[in-house]
Unconditional design. Structure first.
Length: 318
């Protein structure tokens, strides 16, 4: 039965291994329902946390007070547990509502590529450390802030919840949003740009945006989102992007964080990024180096996947 469902997906027009059997309006509904659930559950989690900490429902500046009252691991777990529910919801709707096999959430016609997920995770983590070490030797902007009690209390919590947080974002931004935009426009480039832009817009509420500038941070997040979308298109699945995203978030919370982040991460170091063009150049180059390394390591050579419209709609005259 599962093989027949996979065959249905493969025989329909597909993009990045994702079926276009659903109409554009259906994909759009999935995207915005997902965003609505995320916002609603986030507000619900914040409400319960404020009540537990004895605060009012006013969230401005409230996270730091919640952390003082309840402890960072509990507050972080409460906020991130939203993504566990969202991932479970996505999975159940996919297999029960659409009757598609669960593995087709990541790619069609093949099993989950663990080597790409794990390889991407390791490459991102190791190269991020090497590039930060190289930059640190010339620009000492990192401060050792290791607190053993806080770090080891947070460590297992991060390992449990970050996989769900990054997985839901991959489903939403590089999965469903890219399917919708491609089914609507029949352009791989438009799908990539829209995914990157939407990914960036949804991060504009982060506290560090105010500290480092809206323009700089919009470019930073859009570039990151664009590179992740590029990995999805080249690998024809979500595994590499998920591994990259997970390693990036774990590295930015456990190894080096910024003091202006929305949650005060108990990392080994805290860093004050350079301002303006230096920050943008460093972030763009470091991300590009990592992505090119992954392309070389896994030998993704089919660059025609960046223009799927030429393969799926060769007879169209648009």
């Amino acid at each position: 039965m599962e093989e027949s469902r996979i065959k249905v997906l493969e025989e329909s027009n597909s993009f990045l291994g994702f079926s276009l059997k659903l109409k554009p309006m259906s994909w759009m509904a999935i995207v915005f329902v997902g965003l609505g659930l995320f916002l609603a559950l986030s507000l619900l989690a914040m409400f319960f946390l404020t009540q537990a900490s004895g605060m009012s429902a006013d969230l401005s500046g409230g996270v730091s007070h919640m952390v003082e009252s309840l402890g960072f691991p509990l507050v972080f777990s409460g906020i991130m547990s939203v993504h566990v529910l969202l991932c479970l919801t996505v999975y159940l709707v996919w297999i029960k509502g659409f009757k598609f096999p669960g593995r087709a959430l990541f790619r069609v016609g093949a099993s989950f590529q663990w080597k790409w997920w794990l390889g991407s995770f390791l490459v991102v983590f190791l190269l991020s450390g090497l590039m930060d070490w190289f930059y640190l030797n010339r620009n000492p902007i990192h401060t050792w802030t290791f607190d053993a009690d806080r770090f080891w209390a947070f460590f297992p919590v991060a390992l449990v919840f970050f996989p769900f947080q990054t997985l839901f974002e991959e489903f939403l931004y590089r999965g469903f949003l890219m399917r919708w935009s491609f089914s609507l426009t029949r352009s791989g480039l438009v799908a990539l740009v829209l995914s990157a832009s939407f990914f960036s817009l949804m991060h504009m509420g982060n506290k560090e945006v105010e500290a480092y500038g809206t323009g700089s941070m919009f470019f930073y997040y859009a570039w990151q989102g664009g590179m992740l979308a590029l990995l999805v298109m080249l690998s024809n699945g979500l595994e590499a992007a998920w591994g990259y995203h997970l390693a990036n978030n774990l590295y930015g919370s456990l190894i080096i964080s910024v003091p202006e982040s929305s949650l005060p991460m108990p990392s080994l170091w805290q860093s004050t990024p350079p301002e303006g063009a230096v920050f943008l150049l460093y972030s763009a180059l470091s991300t590009l180096i990592i992505v090119l390394t992954l392309v070389l390591v896994f030998r993704w050579r089919d660059w025609n996947r960046l223009f799927p419209e030429k393969q799926l709609f060769p007879k169209d005259k648009e």
